[in-house]
Design a protein around this ligand. Structure first.
Ligand code: PXP
Length: 250
């Protein structure tokens, strides 16, 4: 039977709303504590180079006040490495970052940057952080992530979700098949496998059913849904849909 699938709640867009007015609210830490009470297994926050949502002070407050594991998403830059080494979050997820993008558009090209990334992650691992690499469902990237000594790969589900919402079911199913095959490949290489980006109530089920997956990271949809029904119930329904898909696949 497939193991428990953890839900990491990404709280970036609570900070987006706060920063839209330069106010002190809504507070991402309050959202994280509420997520914990609603059944989240972890909290994810992306400290971007331009600090467009989560700030350094948020990371400090989350590290201080959270009981759940914190997954810090960040670019592989010296500045971010120093911040991660200062706070020592449970996990660090390396993502590609371009200033002009609205969200993380693709996976990290770890195959092209293997040597540098191997050196980059060594001190993070020595400090006790689990290192995860956000990759597309691509064999070469997953094999490179395993070679550099990452413990986790997070598979990018954005393409699968976009194809679903664009009404292109054949291409969506082909992408889902790729995600399924690459999850098995990664797990066979000894990597723990996570997935995320763009997941909604409509798209989470088939991804949650992939048996090798151990964690999903979901943010934007949940924060949007919270406007209508509150963050706790929005998370509880996502949790229920993940569990139902997992049980049906077992
Ligand atoms: N996983 C990673 C690596 C991400 O960069 C993001 C977006 O910050 C997510 C998951 C969550 O994506 P979404 O906010 O679309 O649910």
């Amino acid at each position: 039977m497939a193991e428990h699938l953890r839900l990491g709640v990404n709280i970036d867009h609570v900070a987006t709303v706060r920063n839209a007015r330069g106010s002190a609210y809504p507070d991402p830490v309050r959202a994280a504590l509420l997520a914990e009470a609603a059944g989240a297994d972890g909290i994810t926050a992306h400290l971007r180079e331009d600090r467009r949502h989560i700030t350094d002070a948020d990371i400090a407050a989350l590290t201080d006040r959270l009981r759940l594991p914190l997954n810090l998403e960040m670019a592989a830059t010296p500045e971010m490495q120093a911040i991660a080494l200062r706070h020592r979050p449970h996990a660090v997820c390396l993502v590609p970052e371009r200033r002009e993008e609205r969200t993380t558009e693709g996976g990290l090209d770890v195959a092209r940057d293997e040597n540098r990334l191997a050196h980059f992650i060594a001190p993070l691992r020595a400090a006790g952080c689990r290192v995860s690499i956000f990759v597309a469902a691509d064999r070469a990237q997953i094999e490179a992530a395993a070679r550099i000594g990452a413990e986790v790969v997070e598979l990018h589900t954005g393409a699968y979700c976009d194809l679903h919402h664009a009404g292109r079911p054949d291409e969506r199913d082909a992408e889902l098949a790729r995600l399924t095959e690459m999850a098995a490949l990664a797990s066979g290489l000894g990597l723990e496998v996570h997935a995320g980006h763009g997941l909604t109530y409509d798209t989470v089920g088939p991804v949650a059913a992939i048996p090798e997956l151990r964690e999903l990271n979901i943010g934007h949809f949940l924060i949007g849904e919270a406007i209508f029904r509150g963050l706790g119930p929005a998370i509880a329904e996502m949790r229920a849909r993940m569990d139902a898909a997992r049980a049906a696949a077992a």
